[in-house]
Design a protein around this ligand. Sequence first.
Ligand code: FAD
Length: 354
Amino acid sequence: MDILIVGQGLAGTVTGFRLEAAGHTVHYVDAPEQTAASSVAAGIVNPITGRRFVKSWLIDELIPETIDLYGRMGKLLGHKYWHPQPLIRTLYNRGDLNDWEVRSADAGYAEYMEDQPAPGRITEITEPVFAYAGVKHAGRVDVKNLVADYRIKLITEQRYFGLAFDYTTVPALLGDGTTTNLPNGMLPTYDRIIFCEGWRGRYNPYFADLGHGGNKGEVLFVRTEAKQLDRMFKHRVFLVPVEDDLYWVGATSEHQFADDQPSEENRTFLEDRLREVLTVPYVIESHEAAVRPTSRDRRMMIGTHATEPRLAVLNGLGTKGASLAPMGSKWLVAHLLEGAEIPVEVGIERFLDK
Ligand SMILES: Cc1cc2nc3c(=O)[nH]c(=O)nc-3n(C[C@H](O)[C@H](O)[C@H](O)COP(=O)(O)OP(=O)(O)OC[C@H]3O[C@@H](n4cnc5c(N)ncnc54)[C@H](O)[C@@H]3O)c2cc1C
């Protein structure tokens, strides 16, 4: 099939990779001047989340899928995108410690929870804490570079069209009319159009009725002169070693936002948190913002249009896109190519039925 994907963030990238691997021709329309969540994310894969130390949804299945998909993409593009790395969390008091210990006795948790992890060099560059707890099988996906490297491949192969998609062209692109003013290299018609627009999916008239949400996040990129940590550290904020002496520090979380730009207020918030944590001098290299594509019930949104099955969507990756995108794209592609059922918890029918 000839397939057009609208949006080349993480969702569009991995979906296109799978379709291409299955022998289909995939073109992209993407507006590169817009901010994309995939360019700002740390890509943390964290099996135990929140203050209640709950296992992430479906994590036992998501991790093998994550390692497999990013491994294959790494081979294709000649880079490593999956970086397994322990995550060390702070336990702030005896209550936290007790909760952690109780939780780790729950069935299926011990494999992910380490009671007295070695904090590595964390103690050399951060303030002392009550206790550390370790999350095993955690890691980081280099989402930003994966999307950027894939884009270079697409541009080289003339399969990337950098423009804002015009939704009024959908009927013509599906063959029900004549397409005009298409950029050089774009096909006049496509067999399928898949929408992976991130939070801007709310403006897509074909899928506007889904439970689109958005959560704005801001981060700092910070350099220290200290030797690089070999672990991710969560203490007030995440401190994630990216490369050399560069750290990703974040993130803020706002359901209400007027724009997707960095704000002074959130920079101050992040700097304050950083001052509480780091004991070594640091320099802020950049301050970035983007909107996470959330959904009303915090699940992905996957499926085909109720009356036009040639239109499909993968969205709602939310705060965990790095680990959800491999499985979400697998479900969507199996549905499109083999008619496989999409699990009801992520199927878009849950919004349309109501
Ligand atoms: C601050 C922050 C920190 C995060 N940290 C993590 C983390 O540690 N771990 C994790 O798993 N996840 C994290 N996330 C979430 C993760 O980034 C997202 O789940 C994921 O990247 C979403 O990918 P996407 O492709 O759906 O959306 P996006 O990356 O936003 O991509 C959407 C693309 O569609 C394009 N587009 C939209 N509309 C149109 C149109 N009409 N025409 C053409 N192009 C269009 C946009 O330009 C963009 O390129 C974080 C997000 C943020 C903001």
